[in-house]
Design a protein around this ligand. Structure first.
Ligand code: IMP
Ligand code: MG
Length: 200
């Protein structure tokens, strides 16, 4: 099965059981420009793990991954920390299959771990307007964590609408829509081991 993206529909359409030929590629395939290789990502995640391990040497650390985008970062980060951590997840949704946050954020999966009095780090894939993180911070504060910080794979600055402080970021960009290493467009590309700028 082969999955095409059409420029008109901006959605994934399975149109063929065969690989596309060259002319079909020119018409339908979106452009993926690699901005971070798997090795770049590994270096950046290691740096982040080092900082967090130093800061939480005496902590009671809980990593709360934001589904689904943070699943790869959380898995790699947790394995590189030199301090113990507990792992929880929360699910939120704001985008649907669009490229701009709707601003209407809903919890799709409730927090699944006790964080009361603990040192919590939210693990997010990308901060754009900041609205999603602001919502998650408020949601998690209602469970009375001891401390609450934010780490994100990507800190995208251009469209920030609210003042959320990203305490740890692997990489900063000013603009563009990114996919890969957990980041999706309409649920596609999450599996890619590198990070790409997606041009439809
Ligand atoms: P915000 O509420 O505008 O900060 O958006 C945050 C959420 O939107 C992230 O957790 C992502 O799920 C999604 N998002 C924002 N920018 C991108 C992007 O460039 N690629 C993929 N997902 C994105
Ligand atoms: Mg996300």
């Amino acid at each position: 099965m082969y999955c095409f993206f059409t420029k008109t529909l901006n959605s994934c359409n399975i149109v063929s059981n065969d690989l596309p030929n060259d002319s079909q590629r020119d018409i339908f395939m979106p452009e993926l420009i690699e901005i971070l290789t798997p090795s770049d990502i590994e270096t950046k995640v290691s740096g982040m793990a080092l900082s967090i391990s130093k800061d939480y040497a005496n902590g009671n650390l809980v990593l709360v991954g934001v589904l689904k985008g943070a699943f790869m970062l959380l898995a790699d980060l947790a394995r590189q920390l030199t301090v113990p951590s507990q792992i929880g997840f929360v699910g939120v949704s704001s985008y649907g299959s669009d490229m701009i946050s709707s601003g209407r954020i809903i919890v799709t999966k409730e927090l699944d771990i006790d964080i009361e009095g603990k040192d919590v780090i939210i693990v997010e894939d990308i901060v754009d307007t900041g609205l999603t993180l602001q919502f998650i911070v408020n949601y998690l504060q209602s469970f009375n964590p001891g401390t609450l910080r934010i780490c994100s794979l990507i800190d995208k600055r251009e469209r920030r609408k609210v003042n959320v402080v990203v305490d740890y970021a692997c990489h900063e960009v000013s603009e563009g829509f990114l996919v890969g290493y957990g980041l999706d467009h309409a649920e596609n590309y999450r599996h890619l081991p590198a990070i790409y700028h997606l041009k439809l």
